[in-house]
Design a protein around this ligand. Structure first.
Ligand SMILES: [Zn+2]
Ligand SMILES: [Zn+2]
Length: 301
């Protein structure tokens, strides 16, 4: 019985398997992310996010916990977990992709239909062959139109749009606070030890020269990241008040009466949607695949 069910599942053809954009899907279409071309930026970012805070936890946090206060290491761990969770959610959440005309025509799914009232007739996307809703833009990297498009972030490996903006904002906010906490922790680690006189200081210097060098490196790297994220965080806090996206702010576009946060859009397609043999064939053989020469990247296991 289990084998029969397994065979039926394997035979199902899903929308994510024939997706015409450059986005990649994982976990059988449950999660989606940006194209492979971002990995050059994404891998160093995730490595820095894992290595730098964990080096702080290994070298500085135990000393602060034992000799100064338990509050700072606990706060740092909480902020780190929040930062990492927000980062993963931003990377693997659909930013608000609008399916191309070919997809909506073949599938005819209720959720994929664009609200006529929101369409801007002066904004036609020749790749997706649709009149785009207001505030949406075509991301050249992902090769899809995205609703309430903010920007494409290669360090996150995804577009930042109406559906994942809140996770992105929480990521930069928590990362900024994490940087400030860890820099404070590093300075406490250095100066608290040097304030101790007598044998304790000698013990620290003997055992801790390597630790001290590592902590100085952490301070330099965390300060560099902290300055960038603080600027980014302040920029997005300003945008929260004006209701604009980064693209609208740069281009000076009028956003009308639409509010950035109040209008969270529902998902416009289901990557796990089961396709009929005919629908699968139409999408594979249809004009979308003929127009896009390098779409092999869009299908990933
Ligand atoms: Zn488009
Ligand atoms: Zn993108």
């Amino acid at each position: 019985m289990i084998n029969i069910m397994k065979d039926i599942y394997i035979q199902d053809k899903r929308l994510w398997q024939v997706w015409p954009g450059k986005n990649r899907f994982c976990c059988s279409g449950k999660c989606m992310t940006g194209p492979k071309s971002d990995l050059l930026y994404y891998i160093p970012s995730i490595a820095a996010l894992i290595v730098i805070p964990n080096t702080f936890f290994i070298f500085a946090a135990p000393y602060i916990w034992q000799k100064v206060t338990v509050i700072l290491p606990i706060l740092s761990v909480i902020l780190y977990l929040l930062t990492l969770s927000a980062y993963i959610l931003t990377t693997f959440t659909d930013p608000g992709i609008i399916p191309r005309k070919t997809i909506t025509e073949i599938i005819d799914h209720e959720s994929s239909k664009i609200d006529i009232m929101s369409i801007d007739m002066s904004k036609y996307c020749s790749t997706c062959q649709i009149f785009r809703p207001r505030r949406s833009h075509h991301c050249k990297v992902c090769d899809n139109c995205v609703e309430i498009f903010d920007h494409h972030c290669p360090y996150i490996n995804n577009c930042i749009g109406g559906r994942n903006y809140i996770f992105f904002f929480l990521f930069i906010l928590n990362l900024t606070l994490l940087c400030l906490t860890n820099i404070a922790g590093c300075f406490i680690f250095i100066f608290h030890d040097y304030s101790i006189s007598g044998p304790a200081k000698e013990t620290f210097i003997k055992q801790g020269t390597v630790s001290l060098i590592i902590i100085v490196i952490i301070i330099v790297l965390t300060t560099m990241i902290g300055i960038l994220t603080t600027i980014l965080c302040l920029h997005h806090i300003c945008l929260c008040f004006t209701g604009e996206t980064t693209k609208e702010r740069i281009k000076g576009e009028d956003i009308g009466s639409h509010c950035y946060f109040c209008k969270k859009k529902p998902k416009k397609f289901d990557p796990q949607q089961i396709l009929t043999e005919e629908q699968f064939k139409k999408i594979v053989e249809g004009p979308v695949f003929i127009e896009m020469s390098d779409n092999e990247n869009s299908v990933s296991n």
